[in-house]
Design a protein around this ligand. Structure first.
Ligand code: COA
Length: 362
């Protein structure tokens, strides 16, 4: 028995491979760097779903159908009542998604991908007392999300940065939420159920719930010269540094650099707070050196959440919504895994070792 199922192989997949020793991520045969350099959300979604849907999906038809689905799903925003809006954004988004019908085919898959992108910006606006903005189906998913969030057309650099983020986090091996999605798919419950289970797993702070706390940490540190002391005090109290460490990566998480690079065109065009980026880089450097000194036996490096925090903040997402944006990007990965699992057709049903008391002998 391995606690946390560490190193246990529980699925065969053609979708992605995470090499934790080399710090390499491959998504359907393409390395992350190449994918981010040459891709949009729609192109990556087409790649991930290739061969897993009953009919072939090309990029143009997926783009068109996603736009139509966003326009159609907007009417469901009306269901966001006071009870739903009192929830944290990712929970409100999950509640709205839970109203959608289950099923296996591409209409259900595309509706889920579109719905998550529509519901989160709408919830964020409604929670601030502002009217939600209707989708524009002619835009790409990333551009439309930013317009629905901020109420103004995004710049090309902003759209590319969100694309880079959504592509970077689209899939990542058998992480906890993807495993949850596959477990549900193996029961043939349907894609909506798989995605709902996956969101529920993702929202935990040990999985996708860390980028908000990364910003809290940057705020608390405030200035580069405070970093060393602040981080040392946090470790003295037994706290973990948010945005560092990973179950699989023993070197730098390749997604961290993909996101750091995605910030560069925004920095070059003055669309990012350069003091904030400088602070983050100083905190990163200080954290790496203090972790090396304090935990010499455990290689701990930057993970995806650190630069996610900076990128999403720059694009206008409030920190309490970061987990929800992660869910929007990962939904296509969850769906691809759920379909792959369903096509393999075997119910996931591991065993446990009973360590409780035995009944008294008669
Ligand atoms: N800061 C400080 N110490 C850390 C750490 C961090 N971020 N991550 C791991 N460690 C330390 C642990 O305290 C432990 O030290 P110990 O052996 O002296 O007690 C050691 O490294 C191993 O920790 P373990 O809990 O076995 O690692 P894990 O593989 O279960 O942890 C994470 C993976 C992601 C849960 C963990 O690194 C973490 O909590 N990171 C912060 C949250 C975060 O950024 N999450 C997003 C992940 S993408």
């Amino acid at each position: 028995m391995k606690n946390g199922l560490e190193d246990v192989v529980a699925a065969e997949t053609q979708l992605s491979d995470v090499d934790g020793e080399a710090g390499r991520l491959i998504i359907r045969g393409v390395s992350l760097d190449d994918l981010v350099a040459d891709s949009t959300y729609e192109r990556t979604a087409t790649l991930l779903l290739d061969g897993l849907m009953p009919e072939a999906l090309d990029e143009a038809s997926l783009t068109r159908r996603l736009g139509e689905a966003r326009a159609d799903i907007f009417r469901h925003v009306e269901a966001a009542d006071a009870t739903i809006l009192a929830l944290p954004p990712v929970d409100a988004m999950r509640a709205l998604l839970a109203r959608l019908p289950d099923g296996e085919g591409s209409p259900v898959a595309i509706r889920l991908m579109a719905a998550s992108a529509v519901f989160l910006p709408a919830v964020l606006r409604l929670q601030k007392g502002r009217a939600p903005i209707a989708p524009d189906q002619k835009l790409s998913q990333s551009a439309d999300m930013l317009q629905m969030l901020n109420g103004t057309p995004p710049s090309g650099e902003q759209t590319s940065a969100l694309d880079a983020y959504l592509v970077t986090i689209s899939d990542h091996g058998l992480n906890a939420s993807t495993f949850a999605s596959r477990v549900i798919a193996s029961t043939q419950a349907g894609l909506t159920s798989s995605v709902l289970a996956a969101i529920s797993a993702l929202k935990g702070p040990l999985h996708g719930g860390a980028p908000g706390p990364v910003l809290d940490m940057l705020d608390a540190i405030g200035q580069a010269e405070n970093a060393e002391t602040w981080l040392g005090n946090a470790l003295d109290k037994g706290e973990r540094l948010m945005g560092f460490g990973h179950r699989i990566y023993r070197v730098r998480d390749p997604r961290a650099d993909a996101l750091k690079n995605a910030l560069k065109p925004l920095t070059a065009t003055g669309q990012v707070d350069s003091a904030r980026v400088a602070l983050a880089e100083a905190v990163e450097g200080a954290a790496l050196s203090i972790l090396k000194r304090r935990k010499p036996d455990r290689p701990l490096d930057v993970n995806v959440e650190f630069y996610t925090a900076l990128l999403l903040e720059t694009l206008g997402f409030p920190r309490e919504a970061f987990t929800g944006v992660f869910a929007i990007g990962r939904t296509v990965g969850w769906i691809a895994h759920a379909r792959e699992q369903a096509l393999q057709g075997r119910l996931i049903r591991p065993r446990s070792v009973y360590v409780g008391p035995l009944p008294k002998a008669a």
